[in-house]
Design a protein around this ligand. Structure first.
Ligand code: DOR
Ligand code: ZN
Length: 432
């Protein structure tokens, strides 16, 4: 099993495996990136190598880390599994995913956790970390020792495949996670009773004001000062209230209720897609958003064809996350350094894994993008669910994706290499 040790010796006596030639670095300089044993070993003039890719005319980005994906699998394999979910990730320029523990059943025991690691190890095309579920009965210390990257997403309000934790239980959980030095990731929402018959009532029941109140309530019960990361914040005022790191999704940045039919279940997600006015306001918070994560949560077309109130919440998005943002870069609405910061650097720092980047020693995960956008069509994508709420939007998809110095995606073709499991800081290997 490949587990990143962080102490690999780089041997420069061998011929390097790969050179990315003529790379335009974000600060403007042009350089060749020499890669060996999964790391950048030299940035400057390229060396003789087994393979050279001329990057003239391409955007070369450190590949993204998506800290919020639901890879499904098991009884949920009709929605997605590690094979299709991770292919979808690679084809969208994401080489590391953090899988959420609201699987069926949820990851509440070290045995279930390690079985999940083995499943990913056997089938994933991308590298991965896995979080522990947070319930009143979770054995936090054992999950930490088993290699949980973080704890959560912890549901402060119920969602599809997520039961809400009451405030006293959450407070106790945060205390135990704090004692371990771990990170708690929170799905902060509040839900009023009532039936959601369309996107507007769904939005009203899970209002943005309740989201803000949930953020405040979570912080108020965090008596021990546990490190908190807020998942998928959907609106500006909730971000104002948040004292931890903040993640925002592409669906809250690019979609609004007005962009869909009144009861279009493809836009049904928690927290809800908001109004066009709130969506635009969210963009004005760009500088306050620490990172972008997809909350990739696929459901089948058949499930989404159910009446609105019965249809599950969640949208696929790992493959379109960076491509939608790259179209914004092309249109000069956001900068490339900002995109790299929010999709690669900040998420890697949050979970404490080596950064992908252009400097010697950096993890050699890259995605190479053309300078032209296409229209998103479900047929272009690799998720098993076969649909996307982003259909019709402009996006720039990578042509080549490199993970650990290997070309793992090349113009639609995948090459599976053993994924790296990024275990959390508490990981204590056993013989089991
Ligand atoms: O809409 C959602 N779907 N929000 C979540 O937090 C969970 C997710 C799922 O797993 O389907
Ligand atoms: Zn969530």
């Amino acid at each position: 099993m490949t587990i990143w040790s962080g102490a690999d010796h780089i041997c420069m006596e061998r011929r390097p495996a790969l050179v990315l030639a003529n790379v335009q670095l974000p600060e403007g300089r042009r350089a060749d990136i020499t890669i060996q044993d999964g790391r950048v070993v030299h940035t400057g003039t390229g060396m003789a190598a087994d393979r050279v890719i001329d990057c003239t005319g391409l955007y070369v980005l450190p590949a993204a880390v998506d800290v919020h994906v639901h890879m499904r699998g098991g009884s949920q394999s009709a929605k997605e599994d590690w094979t299709t979910g991770s292919m979808s990730a690679l084809a969208g320029g994401v080489t590391v995913v953090v899988d959420q523990p609201n699987t069926v059943p949820p990851l509440t025991t070290p045995e279930a956790f390690l079985a999940r690691v083995r499943e990913a190890q056997a089938h994933s095309f991308c590298s991965f970390a896995i979080n522990s579920a947070v319930t009143p009965d979770t054995p936090f210390e054992a999950m930490w020792a088993a290699g949980a990257m973080a704890f959560g997403e912890t549901f402060f309000a119920p969602s599809s495949y997520g039961e809400a934790l009451d405030t006293p239980s959450l407070s106790r959980a945060l205390g135990r996670i704090r004692a371990l030095g771990g990170l708690a990731t929170i799905h902060a929402e509040g839900v009023a009773t009532g039936q959601d018959t369309d996107l507007a009532t769904h939005d009203a029941l899970r209002s943005s004001e309740r989201e803000r109140e949930a953020v405040i309530a979570v912080q108020a019960c965090n008596h021990d000062g546990c490190r908190i990361h807020f998942c998928h914040m959907s609106m500006a005022r909730a971000i104002d209230a948040a004292r931890g790191t903040v993640e925002v999704t592409p669906h809250h940045l690019f979609l609004s209720r007005e962009k869909a039919g009144a009861a279009d279940t493809r836009f049904k997600v928690n927290p809800p897609v908001r109004s066009e006015k709130e969506r635009k306001l969210l963009w004005t918070y760009w500088d306050r958003i620490d990172m972008i994560a997809s909350d990739h949560a696929p459901h089948t077309k058949a499930e989404k064809a159910l009446p609105f109130s019965d249809a599950p919440s969640g949208v696929p998005g790992v493959e379109t996350m960076v491509p939608l943002l790259m179209a914004e870069v092309l249109d000069r609405r956001i900068t490339l350094p900002d995109l790299i910061q929010k999709t690669a650097t900040a998420p890697a720092a949050l979970i404490g894994i080596p950064p992908a980047g252009f400097a010697p020693g950096d993890r050699a995960d890259f995605a190479l993008y053309p300078q032209a956008a296409v229209t998103v069509e479900p047929e272009l994508l690799h998720s098993r669910c076969g649909w996307t709420p982003f259909e019709g939007l402009r996006a720039v998809f990578p042509q080549i994706v490199i993970r650990g110095g290997d070309i793992v995606y090349d113009h639609g073709e995948f090459c599976r290499k053993e994924p790296v499991w990024f275990a959390g800081r508490g990981y204590t290997p056993t013989d089991a």
